[in-house]
Design a protein around this ligand. Structure first.
Ligand code: NAD
Length: 423
């Protein structure tokens, strides 16, 4: 059995480790978190996800998770790096985990090893940051070891697209690196695997995919603000435009963009291009618009409260949902957190409920959460979509930050309902 080592067993690394173990690789996972290592070795998924949990239960003892780099990296043939690449408070790339993982690898690197970076990084990072650290091992790239970049496209919580069914792109430090990585991924991925001409091109592809989404969401968020003034339902317009069979792709407005990818990755390219003398005005504007949406949602709340002659400080508010998207337990960069921060600054009285994030919730059940006058929905978890009139007895204002609820139900109950671009 070929030994493979995953560095970082998070939303990207854990599903990959599972897929490798299922394909009979001698799978090791190295992580700095003792908690994650312990849970993985017990066959417990540290991520709330039914699919991952059932797969991991069947694979008990087939993935060896460890905090010991020597155990993880000794005599391994392939190393896949899946560590976080966040931004700091100034929206600048934070490569601490990537540099630290590369340093760990360099201390244990053996001749012939293929190192693959799956973490999302700016074009040039493999060449300028990872390669020099790996070469501190005294091994030479493309002579003694090989470096490839294969950006991850997994969509946590999405059961329609499994990891093995997603097409991939690969760039490498040399043709040999590309071919080694291609052979590796071909052994686990059923979909197409495209070779690209350089590490840089592969790095750029991932950032472009997520920036494309960020820009399109910013466009519809701007439309939402405009259509609120014009009294037009933006979701109806987007659905109408989507009937055009070509050249239109629906995106929907909301309380904001979160998660470790779409709200982060554009900053990596903005920063990289800026260091080379180019200013990404369009991408910066998209980030600015999307970052303004939690405040806009509060403005909508104030507007709806005016209709019942109340202000934010004269009511009791519930924030429904903290996760950045539906049916996941990930709050990273979530617009709900930014909205909660603003409610705190405004000294509002509020409760929080997210069934996936009990530690971030201040109440234990949806019914307890709904016992308030004003509700702001930030995440379209399935549990919230099933809210019934009988649960809304005390509610007078409902702000639908995901435009996901049946507005007729609220109107029939004489509850002031406002969405984002939806009246
Ligand atoms: N989450 C997604 O949906 C997604 C999708 C595609 C790509 N990505 C990219 O994949 C990368 C990983 O994202 P994620 O969401 O899996 O992150 P995560 O935070 O869920 O997991 C990262 C793991 O790496 C571990 N770690 C941190 N530093 C380490 C180190 N020096 N050595 C070993 N382990 C270390 C952490 O303990 C954690 O378990 C990021 O670059 C992200 O942009 C994420």
């Amino acid at each position: 059995m070929k030994k493979v080592t995953i560095i970082g067993l998070g939303y990207v690394g854990l599903p990959l480790a599972i897929l490798l173990a299922k394909n009979n690789y001698n799978t090791y996972g190295y992580d700095i978190s003792e908690k994650i290592v312990k849970k993985t070795n017990k066959g417990i998924s540290h991520i709330q996800d039914k699919y991952l949990q059932s797969e991991l239960s069947n694979l008990k003892n087939k993935i060896i998770a460890t905090t010991d780099p020597k155990e993880a990296l000794n005599d391994t043939e392939t190393i896949v790096v899946c560590v976080p690449t966040p931004i700091d408070k100034n929206h600048l790339p934070d490569l601490t985990a990537l540099k630290s993982a590369s340093t760990t690898i360099s201390k244990h690197l053996k001749k012939g090893t293929l190192v693959i970076i799956e973490s999302t990084i700016a074009p040039g990072t493999c060449e300028e940051i990872v390669k020099p650290i790996l070469e501190k091992s005294n091994l030479k790239i493309d002579k003694d070891f090989f470096l490839a970049h294969c950006p991850e496209r997994i969509d946590p919580g999405n059961t329609k697209f499994l990891l093995e069914d997603l097409p991939r792109v690969i760039g490498g430090s040399s043709q040999k690196a590309i071919e080694l990585a291609h052979t590796f991924y071909s052994s686990i991925i059923k979909a197409d695997i495209m070779r690209v001409s350089s590490l840089k091109a592969a790095e750029a592809i991932k950032i472009v995919e997520n920036s494309f989404r960020d820009i399109n969401i910013a466009f519809v968020n701007e439309l939402a603000k405009s259509f609120d003034k014009l009294d037009i339902d933006v979701t109806e317009v987007i659905k109408g435009a989507s009937t055009k069979p070509f050249a239109f792709m629906p995106h929907f407005p909301g309380v904001g963009v979160g998660g470790h990818c779409i709200s982060v990755d554009p900053y990596y390219l903005i920063d990289k291009a800026s260091s080379h003398g180019f200013n990404h005005e369009f991408m910066r504007l998209a980030r600015k618009i999307n970052n303004s949406m939690p405040s806009y949602t509060i403005e909508r709340t104030m507007h709806a409260l005016q209709k019942i002659n109340k202000t934010l400080n004269e009511t009791t508010i519930t924030v429904l949902g903290v996760a950045y998207k539906k049916n996941v337990d990930d709050p990273r960069e979530s617009p709900a957190l930014k909205l909660i921060e603003k409610l705190k600054q405004l000294k509002c009285n509020f409760k929080i409920y997210d069934p996936y994030l009990p530690n971030s919730s201040t109440v234990k059940s949806l019914d307890a959460a709904l016992e308030n006058e004003c509700i702001i929905l930030c995440t379209d978890h399935d549990e919230f979509l099933k809210i019934k009139p009988s649960q809304l007895k005390t509610v007078k204002v409902f702000i639908d930050g995901r435009n996901c609820m049946d507005k007729k139900m609220f109107k029939s109950l004489e509850i002031e309902y406002l969405g984002i671009g939806r009246q």
